[in-house]
Write a protein that binds this ligand. Sequence first.
Ligand code: PLP
Length: 370
Amino acid sequence: MYMQVPFVDLKAQYMAIKNEIDQAISSVIYDSAYIGGKYVRQFEEKFAEYCRTKYCVSVGNGTDAIYIVLRALGIGKGDEAITVANSFIATSEAITMTGAGVVFVDCDPKTHNIDPKKVNAAITPRTKAIVPVHLYGRPADMVALEIIAEKHGLFLVEDAAQAHGAQLQGRRVGTFGKAACFSFYPGKNLGAYGDGGAIVTNDENLAAACRMIANHGRVKKYDHEFEGINSRLDGLQAAILCVKLKYLENWTDSRRMNAALYRTLLDGSGIVTPIEREDERHVYHLFVIRVSNREDVEANLARHGISTGIHYPIALPNLAAYKYLGFHPGDFPVAMKFSGEILSLPMFPELTQDQIHYVCEHLVNAVKQQ
Ligand SMILES: *Cc1c(COP(=O)(O)O)cnc(C)c1O
């Protein structure tokens, strides 16, 4: 038997809600509500409610969301912000965009998230913020990070780009830090049909400052208090996201069921599957396993029509972009080791049980062949 198993399937999701989406798009065009307007306001209200925060400021993308929050917090030249060695470059890029220095910390070998025990050693008198990433959809250890941030007077800014709806001890991600940043890149758990992002916070002044930065430093039309940037969620994306947000909890439940089936089928195979603790709600943006013969496994699965990914093949400090920081390959041993072993399996709400059985059968065979 041969099956095609895509890594994600955005078309399947669209087909399931096509009528509503098409109608939403027509309404925006009919109302000419392209920039700002009622669809954007509606989405911001709904997304704040979803995150259980008071305010949501929608922006152009997730990278801008991080940059805008850090800038609104007054972080810039001469400051430092700490983040994790294994993430997408957007996290560290946004820190650099403010003029601040990026400080990388290795990840925890169990969770793949920033290791709070290593954060203390990275704090200097210049440190202003910690930017943890809820990588793959699992909440970072926010309880430990809150204590560190409090003790040293640092801002906690969550990169929740992969973790819409994730929870830790009954609290939603987005409610731990001073603010949290989301991405609505099409492949994210809540994805637009283009770029999009949002900042959520309970701080009214911070929300207002972010809104001004994202909109040319504008107080009102043609009255600008300072130079900001142009980073806004457009009306079409907002209307699409309003429709999709209604389904997000169901989609997350499906992702979690898919993860549970993967875990059951891979049990005892020697493959390292993601741990899931009782007190957390992992939302499985990605289902990342670890195998020692990754290249062979990848090729073997590809031969059987199964698409996989690697998130991420090069740890951030080892990228050419950070050569100027002068790190050695052994400086972040956990992130470095993982970058050679991780493999992201197909994961999306519409993935069928048959597809998961098929993936696991070939995966177990491929691992045995080493
Ligand atoms: C996707 C992503 C971002 C950036 O989001 P964009 O909307 O693509 O700018 C930031 N951080 C992480 C961890 C991401 O996965």
